[in-house]
Design a protein around this ligand. Structure first.
Ligand SMILES: Nc1ncnc2c1ncn2[C@@H]1O[C@H](COP(=O)(O)OP(=O)(O)OP(=O)(O)O)[C@@H](O)[C@H]1O
Ligand SMILES: [Mg+2]
Length: 310
């Protein structure tokens, strides 16, 4: 049994089809990234999974259950929406104590201490949440979402509006939760770099349909022709080296970017020949490494055509 199963899900609002026959699954303990442009229907999908919104057609199951009718199963699930679900007029610890009471958490004081330490807010425990920064509220919101040790947690844009340090903190926290608490994490995100780093699998939703559903490793594996990045000891020579490389018979293309020369080879075994040709032409090669396509490249390939036609 999967942690999350969506089958043939459709939903429209005011005659506009938002989800059209959407299907995917998330295995237990996975960190799953649900991607798609603004307004694609990611939050709508999560609201249907949580039983907060009725589907037009199809099924949405969490832990094999329909959360719209199964209160026991709903208690095994956590959620963080953009508003964090916190009261500004209560302290950090007060907010968590309130939710601990609602969820019937055992040893709430101990759990609250543990979580405040985990999200690095132990020293602000008695401060009103209304005085917190965006990032502090978000971290506390995550603590709230996992207070009752849910088996599956839905995080809707957990790192939006966070500074790079706080983004890394949230990213590490998500990985840690999945490892230490064996939680399944369902992540709605626009941070493709974050998704590529922590998610095991993703689905890309655009124009109401799932455009890709696969493991991150499989999606980003160099498909088709191999690509290598060449950095020269003197980057000022890149333009001249590029002309040299473009003439080589086993090179299909060569572009300059911030990291060096991005060379697409027409022959997968040609990396040594490329190095030999550059050294032979007296270029001093600093580094050569194989590159895979970024999740951003793949996302844009799938989303760009759908956006126009949706
Ligand atoms: N209750 C509602 N009534 C009418 N339309 C709605 C409602 N909820 C969502 N929609 C519409 O459904 C579409 C999908 O919205 P949704 O919030 O699911 O997108 P999203 O993928 O989460 O986008 P974002 O990345 O901006 O968060 C939007 O066009 C939105 O206006
Ligand atoms: Mg959304």
């Amino acid at each position: 049994m999967n942690a999350v199963e969506v089958r043939g899900l459709s939903r429209s609002f005011d005659g506009r089809d938002i989800l059209r026959d959407v299907s995917f699954t998330v295995g237990h303990g996975e960190i799953f990234g649900y991607l798609g442009p603004n307004g694609a229907g990611k939050t709508t999908t999560v609201r249907i999974l949580l039983g907060l919104l009725a589907p037009g057609a199809g099924e949405a199951r969490v832990l094999g259950r329909d959360l719209a009718v199964d209160d026991d199963a709903r208690a095994r699930v956590g959620v963080l929406f953009e508003n964090n679900g916190l009261s500004d007029r209560m302290s950090a610890a007060g907010n968590l104590a309130y939710y601990a009471g609602l969820y019937g958490v055992e040893d709430p004081a101990e759990r609250i201490d543990e979580l405040l330490t985990l999200v690095d807010l132990a020293d602000r425990r008695n401060d009103l949440v209304g005085t917190f920064s965006t990032g502090m509220k978000r971290k506390l919101g995550i603590a709230r979402a996992i207070l009752h040790r849910p088996e599956v947690v839905f995080l809707d844009e957990p790192s939006s509006g966070l500074d790079p340090g706080a983004q890394r903190m949230v990213r590490d926290l998500i990985s840690e939760l999945s490892r230490r608490e064996e939680m399944t994490v369902f992540l709605n995100s626009h941070h493709l770099d974050e998704v590529q780093r922590i998610c095991s699998s993703v689905a890309i939703l655009a124009g109401g349909r799932i455009r890709a559903f696969d493991s991150v490793a499989h999606l980003t594996a160099a498909s088709g022709r191999p690509v290598v990045t060449v950095a020269l000891a003197d980057p000022g020579e890149s333009a001249r080296a590029r002309e040299e490389i473009a003439r080589l018979p086993f090179v299909a293309g060569c572009e300059m970017n911030g990291e060096g020369l991005l060379c697409t080879l027409s022959d997968p075994g040609a990396t040594p020949d490329l190095i030999a040709a550059l050294v032979g032409a007296n270029f001093r090669v600093e580094e050569v490494r194989r590159s895979s396509r970024s999740l951003e490249d793949i996302y844009l390939e799938h989303v760009a055509p759908a956006e126009g036609g949706a």
